[in-house]
Design a protein around this ligand. Structure first.
Ligand code: HEM
Ligand SMILES: *[C@@H]1O[C@H](CO)[C@@H](O)[C@H](O)[C@H]1NC(C)=O
Ligand SMILES: *[C@@H]1O[C@H](CO)[C@@H](O)[C@H](O)[C@H]1NC(C)=O
Ligand SMILES: *[C@@H]1O[C@H](CO)[C@@H](O)[C@H](O)[C@H]1NC(C)=O
Length: 498
């Protein structure tokens, strides 16, 4: 009896809470008590949350306020002014402590991507500083990149030669190369392309990304609900069983490093640098934030953020270039002219405006992180004058900015020239294009990602001709869903250019 009364009171109070919108809350559709707008959200676009948000903003305006679940406020932001304002507002620099975020870090608030406040600042600063020293975005790792690229090219060449029609399957082909560059900095070692253990980790990582749902996965859900209701875990795309092998592998790698006897100069990778800092801090302060679990979670963040996004960008660029042979030829002409018989290097980059424009345009058309990583209001604040209550999940729609016809003429068309000046000699920066975000949560891997994306795509296009499979479908631009957008596996006829 007491239980029933308790339940009724709980329900009534939840209903009252759900139907009461905060003062000056952004306009938006109403939902039902308890579940809020959650069951209806995907009716706007059954497949892609970022498209659903765009359609809602056509009805309600650029800033939309919703309830997801009994009391969780979710803000969807779709215009450049509002997105930029939100990215630059430090009160919106939080992250939701969602089930997905917690599962990645032993149920604690660890790592870099999903933590906030002082803890985040200290760990992000340390990680950025040392990755920079280890070669992030510097020409010192260009040799490393060229080595990986050489292996990739051999792999593609071999695949092409072993098929009578020169058809190559590009599913999952870029990830090993991209991760190896990062892994050299993190652990000071690399993987063989065919290493089965490594393949498994990459597949697990890809599955985590593909099975996730950005909107649902960002809603903080109490741990007991997740524990007892499998369907809730499936609904938000929580794949704990896939994260565990990645954590285990990272833990083993760290143990290997701990067993080595380090001298000062030996610390030439992130794990060694971090372990050194950890030991130093532990001696001074037993409650330091530099812990073994924190190191595992940081590497998990870097591994997962780095593998999917960069390889996805390269894949989409190649697909755009297969679909547009004119652009591919023009890019090849520029690369031949500027680099002669050599591979493009970072030094060539400023002399390759057309190539640069192609890379930018592919990133604009296929924005792989359309909703950034979800933001969170750490205190009551505002966007475009609307009140954003503390603890709101804030979804910032970069794709809506990159496809807005107000800033981009025929936004759906792939047209590299839009990033160039009249005579095509100079790249023009557009204020409405920021694929790595803005503000203090800016992508931590931006410089590495930019260099990798450039060197790989430019070299592949210089070395090979990519053509559609005769009588086959063109490679699809429709992205696969998930926490980020990926390209679908595709095939192409690949021939060596002489
Ligand atoms: C083309 C490739 C990439 C794109 C388009 C991209 C884009 C982004 C975006 C849009 C964000 C979210 C910004 C925000 O929340 O406001 C982000 C965050 C992040 N990215 Fe990247 N990224 C790429 C590659 C990488 C790589 C290679 C790494 C790792 C080495 C990386 C590590 C991170 C991390 C750790 C964060 C979270 C930062 C934080 O919360 O403080 N990213 N990225
Ligand atoms: C360590 O993390 C806690 C929060 O978990 C934070 O309050 C503290 O300031 C952090 N320490 C340093 C030195 O940043
Ligand atoms: C080339 O491909 C064949 C089969 O497709 C494979 O057996 C061989 O190991 C590959 N060689 C290299 C160098 O990758
Ligand atoms: C590391 O040093 C310890 C003690 O100095 C020694 O017992 C151990 O064998 C060394 N390990 C390696 C891998 O050299």
């Amino acid at each position: 009896m007491i239980f029933e009364i308790f339940l009724t009171i709980l329900l009534v109070s939840l209903i009252i809470k759900a139907t009461k919108r905060p003062w000056n809350f952004p306009p938006g559709p109403r939902g039902l008590p308890l579940v809020g707008y959650l069951p209806f959200f995907s009716s706007w676009d059954p497949q892609y949350p970022h498209e659903a948000m765009k359609k809602m903003s056509e009805v309600y305006g650029p800033v939309v306020g919703l309830f997801m679940g009994p009391s969780q406020t979710v803000i969807s932001v779709c215009s450049h002014e509002a997105v930029k304002e939100a990215l630059l507002n430090d009160d919106l620099n939080g992250r939701p402590y969602s089930a997905v975020a917690l599962a990645r870090a032993f149920g604690e608030k660890l790592g870099i991507m999903f933590v906030t406040g002082q803890f985040w600042q200290e760990q992000r600063r340390f990680t950025m500083r040392h990755l920079r020293d280890l070669g992030f975005g510097k020409t010192s790792i260009e040799d490393q990149m060229m080595g990986e690229l050489g292996d990739l090219i051999k792999d593609i060449e071999n695949k092409s030669q072993s098929d009578s029609e020169r058809i190559v399957n590009f599913k999952g082909i870029f990830q090993v190369s991209v991760i190896n560059i990062l892994w050299a900095m993190i652990a000071g070692e690399r993987f063989q392309r065919t290493d089965p253990k490594f393949q498994q980790l990459l597949t697990a990582n890809e599955l985590i990304f593909r099975s996730g749902n950005v909107v649902r996965g960002s809603i903080p859900i109490p741990a007991f609900v997740l524990k007892h209701f499998r369907f809730v875990r499936d609904f938000i795309g929580l794949k704990t069983e896939l994260i565990e092998p990645i954590q285990k592998f990272i833990q083993e790698t760290i143990e290997d490093h701990q067993h080595r006897n380090l001298t000062e100069e030996d610390a030439d990778n992130f794990i060694d640098v971090y372990l050194k800092e950890m030991n130093k801090q532990k001696a001074e302060n037993p409650s330091t934030n530099f812990t073994n679990k924190q190191l595992i979670s940081t590497i998990t963040d870097l591994f997962s953020a780095g593998a999917e996004s960069t390889s996805g960008s390269i894949g989409f660029a190649i697909i755009h270039l297969i679909r547009d042979q004119q652009v591919q030829k023009k890019m090849q002409m520029e690369l031949d002219q500027v680099c002669g018989e050599f591979f493009p290097t970072l030094n060539h980059r400023s002399s390759l405006p057309y190539t640069e424009a192609v890379l930018m345009e592919a990133q604009r058309c296929s924005s792989i992180a359309p909703l950034t990583v979800p933001h969170y209001a750490v205190k009551d604040t505002t966007i475009q004058g609307y009140t954003i209550p503390k603890d709101s999940v804030v979804m910032l729609n970069l794709d809506a900015v990159f496809k807005n016809p107000k800033y981009w003429n025929e936004p759906e068309v792939f047209r590299p020239e839009r990033h160039l000046n009249e005579d095509g000699t100079k790249v023009i920066k557009n204020d409405h294009f920021y694929p790595f975000g803005l503000g203090k949560r800016l992508c931590l891997g931006e410089s590495l990602a930019r260099n990798t994306y450039f060197l790989f795509t430019a070299a592949l296009i210089k070395k090979f001709r990519f053509e559609p499979v005769p009588n086959g479908p063109l490679p699809s631009l429709a992205p696969t869903n998930g926490f980020t957008l990926g390209y679908q596996g595709f095939k192409a006829v690949v021939t060596l250019r002489s």
